[in-house]
Design a protein around this ligand. Sequence first.
Ligand SMILES: *Cc1c(COP(=O)(O)O)cnc(C)c1O
Length: 401
Amino acid sequence: MTDAPSRPNQPVYLDNQATTRCDPRVVQAMLPYFSEDYGNPHSAEHVMGQRAEAAVEKARAQVAAAIGAEVREVVFTSGATEANNIAIRGAARFAANMGDPRRRIIAVVTEHKCVLESVADLAAEGFEPVFLPVRPDGLLDPDTLREALTTPTLLVSVMAVNNETGVIQDIAGLAAIAKAAGALFHSDLAQAVGKIAIDLTAWKVDLASISGHKLYGPKGVGALFVRRRPRVRLLPLFSGGGQERGLRSGTLPTPLIVGLGEACRLATAELTADAERIAMLRCGLWDRLRRDIPGIRLNGSETARIAGNLNVTFPRATASELMHAVPDLCVSTGSACSSAEVEPSYVLRALGLSGQQAARTLRIGIGRFTSAADIDYAAAALAAAYAACEAANPDNPTRDT
Ligand SMILES: *Cc1c(COP(=O)(O)O)cnc(C)c1O
């Protein structure tokens, strides 16, 4: 990327854990497949279909290379939500259909909602969902997992990188524990690809999910890794033409898949350079926030975290006050709006934060397109907004939620 421009982008986008800009190189790679190369990748009997199929298979190889998988282990989906659903429900249902007596499905309380809900929903089919707590630094204690596995378990699901805190779990270590107990191991890699090196062949992971729009690719596409040796069997979620080896029926969206492939290629090629540059920006921002806002605190492990994430709790002002004061800065609050109710983030609560602390928390996500000027702007604007909030609330009258 080029050096810092003198002026920040407008608005300044520091919400790269919510989604990322589609890299212009990815857009370029996709364009022909919207227009001239529009064939159906499943129409192998003519040249237009063959061209689309070749593009899909090239992308499959690029995705496989980025995660250390074999080409045939990659199944395209509409995103990580769908991949997580197929992995968890599909594995549980297949095992039950085969007469497997095990019912326990283990996940961690800080997983993405689509994992938590997939696991929880399986209770209605007679499975036993178990949600493990995390330590205050956001990491799953291996002994907590070992203990949960003393009851025979079908599947364990642990995300590699948390979408709110950026905390990195030891997937290789946790997967080995699950495998030793005979359980399948699934990992949601949506926030990990392009941020940390991933080697699914070396890690004893059976199933893994990725998402295009978290790694500078397009929205609406993702992939599921399904190990072949030993072969992991799943029941598909829906019926149809039997594409993707019967696991995911439906015509593949060639342009989106080409974009996902190119995004994966770039993620691998630029992982080290991106991480170094982003870590420098993060350190600069964190130094300034700490200097200007005494008492500000970082949530989640200081060391086991991706370069681009700062999840910080302010000693006084609420996140929504701060965001209101700096409307051209895109960050995210420590809350989630579900059915119009604002609730403190369950991830932050799991790390031990109170409702009030969660309400004073911002997630700042630095990415490939963040400039040094963006960071300057964010640091100055947040410090000024904080000072103004403090001045407006000298007695610290905050609601405890
Ligand atoms: C974004 C995200 C998802 C959902 O991915 P989609 O492709 O948007 O469905 C799942 N898990 C994590 C950790 C995410 O960050």
